[in-house]
Design a protein around this ligand. Sequence first.
Ligand SMILES: Cc1cc2nc3c(=O)[nH]c(=O)nc-3n(C[C@H](O)[C@H](O)[C@H](O)COP(=O)(O)OP(=O)(O)OC[C@H]3O[C@@H](n4cnc5c(N)ncnc54)[C@H](O)[C@@H]3O)c2cc1C
Length: 424
Amino acid sequence: MTTPPKDPHHVVIVGAGFGGLEATFALAGAPVAITLIDRRNHHLFQPLLYQVATASLATSEIAWPIRYLLRDRREVTTLFANVNSIDAEGSRVVLDDGDSVPYDTLILATGARHDYFGHDEWEPFAPGLKTLEDATTLRRRILVAFERAERETDAARRAALLTFVIVGAGPTGVEMAGTIADLARDTLAPDFRNIDTHKTRVVLIEAGSRVLAGFPDELSTYAQRSLEKLGVEVMLGAPVTECDADGVVYGGNRLEARTIIWAAGVRASRAAEWLNAPADRAYRLQVNPDLTVPGHPDIFAIGDTVTIAGPEGKPVPGIAPAAKQEGRYVASLIKARLEGRTLPPFRYKDQGSLAQIGKRLAVIDFGWLKLRGAIAWWIWGIAHIYFLIGIRNRLSVALSWLWIHARDQRAARLITQGSSKVAR
Ligand SMILES: Cc1cc2nc3c(=O)[nH]c(=O)nc-3n(C[C@H](O)[C@H](O)[C@H](O)COP(=O)(O)OP(=O)(O)OC[C@H]3O[C@@H](n4cnc5c(N)ncnc54)[C@H](O)[C@@H]3O)c2cc1C
């Protein structure tokens, strides 16, 4: 059993993603001991994962060791461990090796994963994008497909190798589609001899009626047109009904494709299940207005693993700023409680939505201001660099983007996790 300090008040935070890390930062100076538990040893900047998957950035440019980020916080103990359940009666977090960690206050910030809408058997054929491993797996599949096509003599098989399907046209799907189109058209074209990478098909399939459904209509229309100019085939109102190693069926059509990328659904972590708490259809825990779990005033849940109504009754979106705001709120409420005070309920402040389309365009919706095109891309780039951690990463990412912008070179074009003998 892990024995953390008994006194002062012990806060255990599960998950060092956007929500958990922000709560840890915001508890600085409070009279608490903190144990931060994560099953990965790094904090990951998920908004740029697709850039690792498309060989634009290296893994170390968007991830940081959690232990390093908290090295100056003597009151914070970082544990590299997988939480398996919560013993709410005994106020303990149970790890998968049976070890347990006691808490006075618990914050669950365990995020979400992709969801295959009841078709988990599709996952091996259509991996999603959530972790660094997912990103490097996709990078390998994308680059290997071009390598295979280079020595494929059968025209149909070559076409299938050069067909990339992205399922789901939210921000991740749009960003993946635009970047793969750029990769094929600009970066790879001069390097191959037997294939014309301009003939690559990038097919973005969406069950709904428009791309970027969370954005206003005019920005969706602009994003679709911009993708089509990049050569992306946008298929709307066409749910995928089959998916296998050789392709997909969507809207009744079969499409042969050796690379399929899943960007369609989200399923919350097991936090609601751990506490037998009420959850929505995406397994998101339905928290109280102060982000406590119903029936458990000493347990908070934040970020992608919860659902809570925002302004105008609409659910707070599953995005990084929301998780961070919730993390900050919970830290303030814990501090207030320790001083015998309380706080008004959590209020979400919408800070806008951004999505990149290919390497030079973006759309931005600040509510009061809607931007698109190159100007939006510059703001998108500056915002993302600002939110990265540390000067070295900011400089490194800025330089990588400058190189892509000016020279069409993507430095992270490495096939790892296997040789040319690997099947997929
Ligand atoms: C590809 C992609 C692109 C995105 N793009 C954007 C974007 O452009 N803008 C934006 O605002 N948002 C974006 N998001 C969403 C954003 O990343 C999430 O909303 C945000 O990460 C949620 O923060 P969180 O703290 O709830 O969860 P996460 O950041 O996912 O962190 C959860 C943490 O919990 C840990 N964990 C989970 N289960 C356990 C367990 N059992 N035991 C121990 N540790 C555990 C995980 O390892 C992880 O570190 C994107 C997400 C993805 C996947």
